[in-house]
Design a protein around this ligand. Sequence first.
Ligand SMILES: [Zn+2]
Ligand SMILES: [Zn+2]
Length: 384
Amino acid sequence: MPIRNRFAELLPELAALRRDLHCHPELRFECHRTAKIVADRLRAIGCDEVVEGIGVTGVVGLIRGRAGGRVVGLRADMDALPIHEATGKPYASIHHGKMHACGHDGHTAMLLGAAQYLCETRNFAGTVAVIFQPAEEGGAGAKVMCDAGLMDRFAIQEVYGMHNRPGHPLGEFNIRAGAFYAACDEFRITIEGKGGHAAAPERGVDPVVLSSQLILALQTISSRSADPVENVVLSVCGVRSDSEVHNVIPQRVEMRGTIRTHDAALRARVEQRLHALCEGVALAGGARAEVEFVEGYPVMINHSAETEIARTVALEVSGRCLEAGYNMGGEDFSYMLEERPGAYIVVGAGAGPGLHHPEYDFNDEVIPFGASWYVGVAEARLAA
Ligand SMILES: [Zn+2]
Ligand SMILES: [Zn+2]
């Protein structure tokens, strides 16, 4: 089961479709045009059932094979990012400040290609549910679809997802069982001091000095509070005071950042240490700290048996599937894997700018690999 010949035939059409989506990027749940194109095409290629509006703009297509068998879900994401495109491509985004910088245009095209193949061949027993979700980039679209009853409504028993990765050889897959993508939490800290004249710091409480102490103290969470072999990263990404001039000590400083972990117990410990350090440093300096911890996507855990299926199919498709390392990025497919067993795989996209870069463009040469993998997984799990 190498790359399917049918995808060589379909490639020009799927690439054209992908470029049209690229030209018209949509953010978060506002994937109205994309969802309509997806739903129309699913109907045109002969899906037995197409349901729109699951999780706002999510679309599900059902393809039935021979009687009996299970229901396998294949998922792609459809949304773009709030980035100014700088690819200079003829099909570059026509929407200022929006672009497909994560390749979800390509993921959508690959799953549409797989759906077409599965409709044409129907060489399986059971049902394939193709799932097109909005809002992977920050909106938890997968969770919203799950909360709308995705899994139960279509009796989905297992689910598979994929992401392209530039900078890795074209068609080289990688995957790991267990924790794969990180839990992504966000924090906002406010240090309330006592502002005043910068020439008389003794009359106030300087939140700038305290915030700099706190930034360094927070770095001891990963170095001193976590087991050295555990994965944790805490990044303070924004610091802002309410003073705009060089000679006023501000009243308050706000900081925000992200925490990434692969383990629930560690995630809880980091949150506890974050609170303790903020309160402790503020107290020592005579200030007050407020901490807001916002839970983001949970850790994405690949299930063992399904990971082996995904790996076997990937090896059949391209002959190359490496053991992946941990990824500190986040992925809302984690919510689907909390509801059903399944696996998520990464496919190499060849050289080029990285994901979320303004010059990134999905490599259409990935389409035959990705579409073949989707089809292979469905046929392997629904073999008669
Ligand atoms: Zn992304
Ligand atoms: Zn992405």
